[in-house]
Every structure is written in C-alpha cells, then in structure tokens.
Design a protein around this ligand. Structure first.
Ligand SMILES: [Zn+2]
Length: 230
C-alpha cells in the first residue's frame, strides 16, 4: 500500500468516526496499518475534524519514528504501535471516549454479554483492563496503556473480541483495517448502552447462557459461519 493510500484509508476512517458522533472535539483517533511495510498512518495530534485532510495523516513505523508527515502524530500513537506489535491479526485501531463505553471503563467493570447483539461481535464479556500502576504511569504512559490492554488479553483471542475498555480511561477497538476498527467502536458503544440499560431494568441481570453466546458468535465467525451472503 502506498503512503498516499494508507493516509487516505486512515483519513476516511477518522472522518467516519466523526460522522457517527462518537467523538467530541479532537477526542479519539484511528490508524491504518500496512503490516508488510511495518508502517501505519494515524491522525495528527489536536487537529479538529472539520479541518482534517488526508494529507494531514502522519505515517509512523513500529518503532514510533515518523516516516512521513508534517504534523505531530496523535498523542496515543505509542498505544497503537504496541497493539500492532502484539496483535498480529489486526490492521486498524480506533480509540474513542464514547459515552457509554467510557462509563463502563470508569466503573472499572467488564461489559457482560447480556444478549445476542453483543455475542454477534465479541465472544464473551468485553474485558476491562487492570488500573495502571504508579510505575507504569511514570515509565511511558501511552506505551503502558497498550501493555494494560495486551495484559488483559493474555489467554484471550484479540480476533474473537476486537474491543476492550481501559480502566478509568476509555475504549480501544481494532479490526482487519481502520474501517473495521471504527465499525467495532460504533458497535461497542451500542453494546455498552444496551448493557447499561439492562442493568438499570434489572440490577441482578446475569450473562446470557453460554450455548447461545457460542451459537451467535460462530454463526458469524470462523469456519462454520453462515451469516450474510457467504
Ligand atoms: Zn483517551
């Protein structure tokens, strides 16, 4: 993928995030990876969406060095880099502070799988990371945000659950490309809102039975999937 195409894909995904109403002001960022070249394009830091153009995207390598671009990359760049290095199946990352997903992050609670809408996209609860330690905060805050996430996924498949909430912070989502990571950010916000409402109706509500979670997940994912047009 040329840098031009990479920046275009990242820009379109960032604008889609804005159109979907998931970000206020400059909160949030999306990146698009080219794994073969070991580089990704990401939103620049602090530029309002209204003024954002494809040429403003910054191309960064997996050592966090700027390869092309005039602007500073998003302050969350090192989190994206960490995820690309550790989750080999992903090609796009989205970060937002969308309201309902962030509320669960602030409550420091995983989002239980209450229904099939959730099960269609994530196999089980949406994990919530541990709270960042003092040592991590002083070491390298953005890199350590990535460590919080990869630690929460030890023994868990990032392909089967393409989303996480970072304790006290907000969600990160990913996908095969930037566009899919934005799609998952939109889905996560809706899942988080439904889960919040479910808990309001019945504070003792428990997760959906495992057999239905498995059925819905496998209907759409994996070798026996049959949802859609094939
Ligand atoms: Zn953030």
């Amino acid at each position: 993928m040329s840098y031009r195409d990479l920046k275009q894909a990242a820009w379109e995904a960032n604008m889609e995030l804005h159109r979907r109403g998931l970000v206020l002001y400059t909160w949030g960022n999306v990146s698009q990876l080219d794994r073969a070249r070991g580089v990704f394009a990401i939103k620049p830091s602090g530029v309002p969406y209204e003024r954002l153009g494809a040429d403003d995207m910054v191309v960064v390598d997996l050592d966090n060095e700027i390869v092309e671009g005039k602007l500073n990359p998003s302050s969350d760049t090192r989190t994206h880099t960490h995820l690309y290095r550790h989750f080999e199946v992903i090609g796009g990352v989205t970060h937002t502070h969308s309201t309902y997903a962030t509320a669960w992050a602030q409550a420091q609670q995983a989002i239980p799988c209450f229904g099939t809408t959730h099960a269609d996209y994530a196999h089980g609860p949406i994990p919530c990371t541990a709270v960042m330690s003092d040592a991590q905060i002083t070491r390298d805050y953005e890199e350590e945000t990535g460590v919080q996430i990869t630690d929460a996924f030890s023994g868990r498949d990032p392909g089967a659950t393409p989303m996480v909430i970072v304790a006290g912070h907000a969600p990160f989502t990913w996908g095969k490309d930037a566009a899919e990571s934005v799609y998952h950010a939109v889905v996560l916000e809706e899942i988080a809102r439904m889960a919040y409402l479910t808990k309001n109706i019945d504070p003792s509500a428990g997760p959906l039975k495992q057999e239905i979670i498995d059925k819905h997940y496998r209907r759409k994912h994996g070798k026996d999937a049959y949802y859609g047009q094939g």
